[in-house]
Design a protein around this ligand. Structure first.
Ligand SMILES: Nc1ncnc2c1ncn2[C@@H]1O[C@H](COP(=O)(O)OP(=O)(O)OP(=O)(O)O)[C@@H](O)[C@H]1O
Length: 216
């Protein structure tokens, strides 16, 4: 189980996170929502260890961890592309676990890109390649920052299936502003609001916290 609490973060004296917590165990998909600038990416980076918090208490499988990336137990997909554009797709494909993508539609799409470089891919193709690669890592804890961004609805469905398959043995934490697909795939939902984390049980609560408008 991954457990982070008491997260405090500020930039130039401006507080971003104050006493935040998050936990996730294999089999769970935790969806993290929050308005632009609420600190979702910062929280994921703090868990991964690429951003230093003012304070945090992180435990993975009951061990106190400072920088999770060192342990290889946590893998992180940043919001922006991280593969270099010159990388050849056929060099990435063998590192993707076929059992995770077979029959989802992603396998067919990625195989059709096997003569391309990363720079040739469309935004959606790139997201599918990167997400498939990250969930294929041996890490037990997978952090996904906006995996649905720029992905068309039919392909979002494929990514949801990929995430569900990964979560059979792993724990997944994901953020996204496509809140409906995020809510569909998540087993638990959290909202970052006013620097703190709130558990969300139903969509109506997102209206109350003014994350989504009241459509009524
Ligand atoms: N390196 C930095 N220096 C100064 N301020 C920063 C830095 N990184 C993030 N911030 C600020 O911290 C706040 C939280 O940013 P963060 O990227 O974590 O938000 P987010 O919830 O992921 O937003 P979005 O949904 O727009 O991606 C924002 O106000 C942002 O401007």
């Amino acid at each position: 189980m991954l457990n982070i609490d008491s997260v405090t973060l500020s930039f130039s004296g401006k507080s971003v996170l104050s006493g935040c917590y998050l936990s996730c165990r294999p089999g769970e998909i935790v969806g993290l929502l929050g308005r632009n600038g609420s600190g979702k990416s910062s929280l994921l980076k703090i868990i991964f260890g690429s951003l230093k918090a003012d304070f945090k208490h992180l435990r993975i499988d009951d061990k106190i961890v400072n920088r999770a990336f060192k342990s290889q137990e946590v893998a992180y997909l940043p919001q922006d592309s991280f593969f270099p554009s010159f990388l050849k797709v056929p060099d990435v494909l063998p590192k993707i676990r076929r059992s995770l993508i077979a029959g989802t539609g992603i396998e067919r799409i990625l195989d059709s890109c096997k003569d391309k470089t990363v720079g040739d891919l469309s935004g959606g193709e790139l997201k599918m390649l990167e997400t498939s690669w990250i969930v294929s890592r041996p890490a037990t804890y997978i952090l996904l920052d906006e995996p649905f961004m720029g992905v068309s609805p039919i392909h979002v469905e494929m990514l949801q299936e990929l995430i569900r398959r990964a979560a059979v043995t792993k724990a997944v934490v994901l953020t996204d502003h496509n809140y409906r697909p995020l809510m569909e795939v998540s087993t638990r939902i959290l909202l970052l609001h006013n620097q703190a984390v709130y558990p969300i049980r139903e969509e109506a609560e997102l209206v109350r916290y003014q994350y989504i408008p009241d459509f009524r």
